[in-house]
Design a protein. Structure first.
Length: 91
């Protein structure tokens, strides 16, 4: 273990999360509907929107996406799931 990894507090008998280290990094759609930033000039947050959802949130610099596809999933818990960017109409 690296020095940093050894400083983590592991739950007894548990290790890395299933599917570690997570999804492979990929770019989101290049078809953007909007690009924006926080109103304050002191802010270091930028974002893009496409397909009706927040697609990328950049922080602390404009070349570092931290989030990909922040959206709502709608369901009744049993019979359907609607993904905001694929199943809903937007204007």
């Amino acid at each position: 273990m690296t020095d940093q990894a050894s400083s983590y507090r592991w739950i007894e008998g548990q290790g890395h999360a299933f599917g570690k280290p997570g999804a492979e990094p990929r770019w989101t759609s290049s078809r953007k509907d909007a690009v924006g930033m926080a109103y304050s000039a002191a802010s270091r947050i930028w974002y893009t929107i496409s397909h009706g959802v927040l697609n990328e949130i950049y922080y602390p610099t404009i070349d570092r996406p931290q989030t990909r596809d922040m959206e709502f999933l709608l369901t009744d818990g049993q019979t359907f799931v609607h993904e905001e960017k694929r199943d809903l109409e937007r204007t």
